[in-house]
Design a protein around this ligand. Structure first.
Ligand code: BEZ
Length: 211
């Protein structure tokens, strides 16, 4: 299938996971979702990533985000690996890890990039909105572990910009100033941002982050 693009409906599927079988869309319900793939079980970078996401689970919960991992190995292997994750990373796996041994989900999402490896998934991250549409995707090679603080930062931006007519500048973090989207004219901005804004250029208008 063609690579998933922003705004597309993400494919639904049923899967075996370390927390039992799930129907993906039903499992997400009205939550946001993060689906992320791993090249292989019992590999060092993946082990650190799963430990890190498990440690950050309260941060995902706070944002109403359900996190789901995926690796193209069988469930028996995932279960054995989970005890290594707990032992070495100090945090037990506390979210479902999909066993996609036949690679059907990996293929549906375009997680296998044949010029990188025709067998294993790359490190994909898909952020999915409550409407089941793709809001963001990231693709990392096997050699580079992801920065999950960045994933949380992006979710903060996605959730804020879904609610208010603002965009977030480079390196923005929760609580920092934001930008009024260019589509909002000054006349309309007065109603949306009654405390005013700073015009740096007519197209660059800065406001405090809306509550
Ligand atoms: C890892 O997770 O450590 C890894 C997986 C595949 C290739 C290289 C590293």
């Amino acid at each position: 299938m063609a690579q998933l693009q922003l705004g597309d409906d993400v494919p639904d599927f049923t899967a075996e996971t370390t927390d039992g079988p799930i129907k993906f869309h039903e499992y997400l319900g009205n939550s946001w979702g993060v689906l992320f793939s791993h090249p292989k079980d019992f590999t060092p970078v993946c082990t650190t990533e799963l430990g890190r996401v498990a440690a950050l689970k309260p941060e995902f919960d706070k944002r109403n985000v359900k996190v789901v991992g995926l690796s193209v190995d069988p469930l028996s292997s995932h279960k054995e690996w989970a005890s290594d994750i707990q032992e070495t990373q100090g945090t037990a796996l506390n979210f479902p890890l999909i066993a996609d041994a036949d690679k059907s989900i990996a293929n549906a999402y375009g997680m296998i990039h044949p010029n990188a490896s025709d067998t294993f998934t790359v490190r994909s991250v898909y952020v999915i909105g409550p409407d089941k549409k793709l809001k963001l995707s990231l693709t990392y090679p096997a050699s580079t572990g992801r920065n999950f603080d960045e994933v949380l930062r992006v979710i903060d931006s996605l959730q804020l910009t879904a609610k208010h007519k603002v965009a977030t500048p480079a390196d923005w973090k929760q609580g920092s100033d934001v930008i009024i989207v260019p589509a909002v004219k000054d006349e309309d901005a007065k109603a949306l941002f009654p405390d005013g804004w700073k015009t740096v250029k007519p197209y660059l208008r800065i406001v405090p982050q809306p509550k």
